[in-house]
Design a protein around this ligand. Structure first.
Ligand SMILES: [Zn+2]
Length: 72
């Protein structure tokens, strides 16, 4: 078997060059770069989504306010 390390995130083994050692509450652990990047991306996507929703909610609130003001 090649030089592989156990990835606690995927619960499987990846080649060592795809791994990063990171500090967790339980001590130092190995995690693959792919999963780290995927997490970073999903966080960024969630934030972008949140901003979008805020903008939509604001627009909706404004149109509701217009209706309430009798401007149909
Ligand atoms: Zn992994």
């Amino acid at each position: 078997m090649a030089d592989t390390l156990y990835c606690y995130h995927c619960r499987t083994y990846h080649p060592r060059e795809e791994m990063r050692q990171i500090d967790t509450k339980g001590g130092k652990r190995w995690r693959c770069i792919k999963s780290i990047e995927a997490t970073k991306r999903s966080v960024a996507e969630r934030e972008a989504f949140g901003r979008q929703m805020t903008a939509i909610n604001k627009a909706e609130a404004q149109s509701k306010a217009r209706i309430l003001n009798g401007q149909h």
